[in-house]
Design a protein around this ligand. Structure first.
Ligand code: SAM
Length: 255
């Protein structure tokens, strides 16, 4: 059932949106000296070689990071995280978090796919990084509230299983009951079919104070159904919203 491989999509426009917002949020949060927990439910392999045949075949990175990178200021935390990677590899979200977090912070990463899990262990081995080969949504429930209690959770499923759209609002309600101070970021694709809309409505009804940030972009190829990227953010860190405005402008230039 685990057929999705992020290497085909790494560095696409949706990744740039998700990773840039993640970097901005973590950058805000590390301004305070208190330690943080970072939890990721669907971690992937950590780093990606965008010259690999899989990435070249789809051409998604060529339309994503290759076109968007110059639109970021050099001191943007996303660019800081990109520059911190070995061998010019593209960082997945866990590598971005590891680059921006501190020794005293703790990371919990879930990845179910055996090969992706093995690659993640190789890529991100560090004393403060705990890598779990188990269902990420279940892991998150068992960790919450985490220690340290301040922290951020990224939820980034591939949505290959359509039940994800109905499961996530119920799952989030249980998480926020146990961890009401946590920053929780849920990524979703913006699809021509509108399949993401009922989930977004359910999330907004349960969490009216949360921030929903979306960007649109041209489809990666003709007929591709993903035409944008969305993030639903519960308890957005102070100052994050202001940092999103230039990001929206960079995506508008893609059209
Ligand atoms: N967050 C990563 C990033 O931005 O670099 C990309 C993650 S990719 C969209 C989704 C990953 O979730 C895949 O590597 C897949 O193997 C993994 N996966 C699928 N079902 C899972 C589950 N139930 N629990 C944990 N990981 C899962």
């Amino acid at each position: 059932m685990l057929s999705y491989q992020h290497l085909y999509h790494a560095g696409n426009a949706a990744d740039v949106h998700k990773h840039a917002v993640l970097a901005l949020a973590l950058d805000r949060m590390v301004q305070k000296p208190k330690p943080l927990s970072y939890i990721e439910t669907h971690a992937g392999r950590g780093r990606y070689d965008l010259r690999a045949p899989e990435a070249v075949k789809t051409g998604e990175a060529a339309q994503g990071i290759a076109r968007l990178r110059d639109g970021f200021p050099k001191d943007h935390p996303y660019i800081t995280a990109l520059n911190a990677q070995p061998g010019g590899l593209y960082p997945g979200s866990p590598a971005i978090a590891q680059a921006l977090l501190r020794r005293e912070d703790s990371l919990h990463l879930a990845e179910l796919h055996p090969q992706e899990h093995a690659a993640l262990c190789d890529a991100l081995r560090a004393p403060n990084t705990h890598i779990h080969q188990q269902d990420g949504l279940a892991l998150a429930q068992s960790l919450c509230p985490p220690t340290p209690r301040r922290g951020l959770m990224l939820v980034d499923p591939s949505y290959e299983i359509k039940a994800d759209y109905t499961q996530i609002p119920k799952w989030l309600a249980a998480i926020t009951r146990k961890w009401n101070v946590g920053v929780v970021m849920i990524w979703y694709p913006i699809l021509t079919s509108g399949a993401h809309r009922p989930m977004l409505r359910a999330l907004q009804a349960d969490h009216p104070q949360a921030l929903a940030h979306g960007v649109s972009f041209p489809p990666a190829r003709e007929g591709h159904r993903m035409v944008g990227s969305g993030l639903f953010i519960v308890n957005p860190p102070f100052g994050l919203e202001a940092g999103l405005k230039p990001l929206s402008a960079a995506f508008r230039r893609l059209r």
